[in-house]
Design a protein around this ligand. Structure first.
Ligand code: SF4
Ligand code: SF4
Length: 283
């Protein structure tokens, strides 16, 4: 089973929900797909056992063979190529490694060379009750813009037989879609403020287009207004859990600790949410 955790905007508590859920479900694994700014490791403190670099193939032009026909530029939908008089410029930061330019070059003047875009680190975190949590995250190299290929590489570590918790990037753009695609269920984390509601509505639109079942967790639920609840009721969206503002939670977060470490009774609440999702009791 794949459960992704997403939010229309950053700072709503997405990673808090992802890490605490992962710690509460026996034999789960967490995949941090927020590869531009992964931070689940801060809370889970995994022992990293393996680091694997991730590459994408980018074009290399053979100037002897190239006749400047411009076909490669035409087929590149990512604008990663420019054809000047007798030269082809490759903007490798824009290249998605799709291979179209090499495939269509009539002169066979394009070969592909590997470019490292980031690294995947895997390991284990000890849970507070002595269990093991499988940990996987991707870290995009500084200056790289292409996170989807790295996200796809992280998702190759999904265990089809187990429970996989995906921490998606915030927002509603391509990296989010790449992260949540293929999920059995998505938890949208929001907060009851006008900004939170605005971004929740955008995220709901994306998930409905992707036809992924979803529910909402309202963080800091006792602050703000009732409009998020009203919206969920009107749209027939299940509110799976409410996490009120508590000093202990805020203090734990600032020390890089999870809720279930400082308030162990939350483990049952996260477990209950998981069971509700698993058993299909969501709307
Ligand atoms: S398609 Fe091939 S031959 Fe034509 S401009 Fe591009 S690299 Fe040169
Ligand atoms: S591999 Fe794809 S994205 Fe990269 S330059 Fe060629 S056509 Fe463009």
């Amino acid at each position: 089973m794949i459960i992704s955790i997403a939010s229309g905007k950053g700072g709503t508590g997405k990673t808090t929900v992802a890490t605490n859920l992962a710690l509460s479900v026996p034999h789960a694994r967490i995949l941090d797909c927020d590869v531009e700014e992964p931070n689940a490791h801060i809370f889970l403190k995994p022992e990293i056992k393996e680091k694997v670099p991730v590459f994408i193939p980018v074009p290399k032009i053979d100037k002897e063979r190239c006749n400047g026909c411009g076909r490669c530029k035409e087929v590149c939908v990512y604008n990663a190529l420019a054809v000047l008089k007798n030269d082809v410029l490759v903007f490798s930061e824009l290249c998605h490694g799709c291979g179209a330019c090499a495939y269509f070059c009539p002169q066979k003047a394009i070969t592909e060379v590997n470019k490292e875009i980031g690294v995947i680190e895997t390991g284990n975190s000890r849970t507070s009750w002595g269990g093991d949590l499988e940990f996987i995250h991707g870290k995009l190299n500084i200056g790289q813009a292409m996170s989807p290929p790295l996200i796809r590489a992280v998702k190759k570590y999904i265990d089809p037989a187990g429970v996989n918790i995906i921490d998606a990037p915030p927002g509603t753009s391509c990296p989010v879609i790449e992260s949540v695609k293929g999920s059995d269920f998505c938890i949208l984390v929001t907060e009851p403020t006008p900004f939170g509601l605005n971004d929740l509505i955008l995220a709901v639109e994306v998930l409905r287009k992707l036809t992924i079942p979803f529910g909402v967790v309202i963080n800091r639920s006792d602050l703000g207004d009732r409009k998020t609840d009203d919206y969920c009721r009107k749209e027939n969206i299940a509110v799976l859990m409410r996490i009120p503002f508590e000093k202990e939670i805020a203090a734990a977060y600032s020390r890089g600790m999870t809720i279930v470490e400082v308030l162990p009774h939350y483990r049952e609440r996260f477990q209950a949410m998981f069971e509700m999702i698993r058993d299909g009791k969501k709307k």
